[in-house]
Design a binder for this molecule. Structure first.
Ligand code: PLP
Length: 404
C-alpha cells in the first residue's frame, strides 16, 4: 500500500527550494563546493545578526519558554503598532497586529482565512511563489497579473484590470519586489488600490523589503495610501534585520475593520490553532524596531548591499544575450536571457545544467510563475568578488549552452 501526498498538493510548487536542491546536495556530498544563490538568507553570506537583537534574545530567553498569546506578546505587538503609527498609520493599535513564525506563516493564514474554493487572488507574475502556493493549497485560484519588464517591472494595470472577475477577492502587492527588485512609484500603487476600491478587494501588501532600498527609491506603504481599504501589511525580521532563522514576522490589519469582523475572527482562529509564534523570536521584534541598528549602512553608497547590487547588475548586462533591469530594492536580480541568442525551452533544465557544470545554483524564472522560460533569479547577497566570478561563469556557460 503506497502512501501518496494529498491531491491538494498536486498543483503546489515552491521551486526556490525545489528538486534542484537534491542535485546540489549530491554534488556537495561528492566533495564539490556549490555556490548556492537560491535562497535570500543573509546569514549564509556573512551578514551578522545585529548585536542588540542577539543580546535581547539572550536576556529574555530564560523567561521565553512558555506559549504566548496566539497573536503574540504585547510588547512586540505594541512596538509594531507604534512603528506603523509613526509612519502615519495612526489608527492601528496592538489589536491589529498578529505575530508569526516569519511572514510565511502569516501569508498562509491570511489567505487560508479568506479563500473559498474557486475564489481568485490577483498575484504578480513574477511573484514570490509562496503567495501562489498558499492560494492553490487553500483551494483558491492564483490569477497572475503581469509586471512589465520594459517599465522597470511595474505592474501592468491594464492586465490586472482585465483579470478581475466576480470571483476575485484580493490583490497581492509585493513591494519592494522579489524577484525583480522593483520599487513601485506612488501612481502605480494608487492605480492598484483604485482597482481594489472599485472591485471591493482585500489588499495583501508584502513589504518585507521595505527598508532595503537603493539609489533614490522611496517606499510607499499601500495601507497609508488607502486608509479606506482593508489592508494587511506584512513584514518581519528576516531580511532588513538579517535574522531569517529566528522566524519572526508580523501582519498589521488596517482600514475598515468593522466590515471584516468575521474574516478577522477566522484569522484569530487560525492563529490560535498554531498556538503561537516562536516566543524567543517575538522578543527580538521590540529590540529590532526600537534599536539603532539599521540596514541603512548597507544600502547607501559605499554599503555592501548596494555595491553588490551594482556589480550584479553591471556584470549580468555584460553577458551577450542577457539583460537586467536595475533592482531598486530587495536582494535579487531577475535577468532576461534573450531567446533569440540563447533559445532555452526548459528553464529548470537550464538551472540544473548550470548547477552540474558550474556548481552554481540559481532559480529558474518559471519558479516565480513567470510564464516563459527566459529568466532566472540570482541573489545579490554574496560579496562582490564572488558575484563577479559567478556571473562571469554563468556567461561562459551560456556561450556554449544549447538545449535541444
Ligand atoms: N515575502 C517575500 C516577498 C519574501 O521574499 C520572503 C522570503 O524570501 C518572505 C515573504 C518570507 O519571509 P519570512 O522569512 O518572514 O517567512
Amino acid at each position: 500500500m503506497e502512501f501518496r501526498q494529498s491531491s491538494k498538493l498536486s498543483q503546489v510548487l515552491y521551486e526556490i527550494r525545489g528538486p534542484v536542491i537534491e542535485h546540489a546536495n549530491a554534488l556537495e556530498e561528492a566533495g564539490h563546493s556549490v555556490l548556492r544563490l537560491n535562497t535570500g538568507n543573509p546569514a549564509l553570506f556573512g551578514f551578522e545578526a545585529p548585536e542588540e537583537i542577539l543580546q535581547d534574545i539572550i536576556r529574555t530567553l530564560p523567561k521565553a519558554h512558555g506559549y504566548s498569546d496566539s497573536r503574540g506578546i504585547l510588547p512586540a505587538r505594541r512596538a509594531v503598532a507604534q512603528h506603523y503609527q509613526e509612519r502615519g498609520m495612526t489608527d492601528v493599535d496592538v489589536d491589529d497586529v498578529f505575530l508569526g513564525n516569519g511572514v510565511s506563516e502569516l501569508v498562509s493564514m491570511a489567505v487560508q482565512a479568506l479563500v473559498e474554493d474557486g475564489d481568485e487572488i490577483l498575484i504578480p507574475a513574477p511573484d514570490f511563489p509562496l503567495w501562489t502556493a498558499v492560494t492553490t493549497l487553500a483551494g483558491g485560484k492564483a490569477v497572475h497579473y503581469l509586471c512589465d519588464e520594459s517599465s522597470d517591472w511595474y505592474p501592468d494595470l491594464a492586465d490586472m484590470a482585465a483579470k478581475i472577475t466576480d470571483r476575485t477577492r484580493a490583490v497581492v502587492i509585493i513591494n519592494p519586489n522579489n524577484p525583480t527588485g522593483a520599487v513601485y512609484p506612488r501612481e502605480i500603487l494608487e492605480g492598484i488600490l483604485d482597482l481594489a476600491r472599485r472591485h471591493h478587494l482585500m489588499v495583501f501588501s508584502d513589504e518585507i523589503y521595505d527598508k532595503i532600498l537603493y539609489d533614490d527609491a522611496v517606499h510607499h506603504s499601500a495601507a497609508l495610501l488607502a486608509p479606506d481599504l482593508l489592508c494587511l501589511t506584512f513584514s518581519g525580521l528576516s531580511k532588513a534585520y538579517r535574522v531569517a532563522g529566528f522566524r519572526s514576522g508580523w501582519v498589521v490589519v488596517s482600514g475598515p475593520r468593522q466590515h471584516a469582523k468575521n474574516y478577522l475572527e477566522g484569522l484569530t482562529t487560525l492563529a490560535s490553532m498554531r498556538l503561537c509564534a516562536n516566543t524567543p523570536a517575538q522578543h527580538a521584534i521590540q529590540a529590532a524596531l526600537g534599536g539603532r541598528q539599521s540596514i541603512q549602512d548597507l544600502v547607501l553608497p559605499g554599503g555592501r548591499l548596494r555595491e553588490q547590487r551594482d556589480v550584479a547588475w553591471e556584470k549580468l548586462n555584460e553577458i551577450p544575450g542577457v539583460s537586467c533591469v536595475k533592482p531598486k530594492g530587495a536582494l535579487y536580480a531577475f535577468p532576461r536571457i534573450d531567446p533569440k541568442v540563447h533559445p532555452i525551452v526548459d528553464d529548470e533544465r537550464f538551472v540544473l545544467d548550470l548547477l552540474l557544470r558550474e556548481k552554481i545554483q540559481v532559480v529558474q524564472g518559471t519558479g516565480f510563475n513567470w510564464p516563459r522560460p527566459d529568466h532566472f533569479r540570482i541573489l545579490t547577497l554574496p560579496h562582490a568578488d564572488v558575484l563577479e566570478s559567478a556571473i562571469s561563469r554563468i556567461g561562459r556557460f551560456l556561450t556554449s549552452y544549447r538545449q535541444q
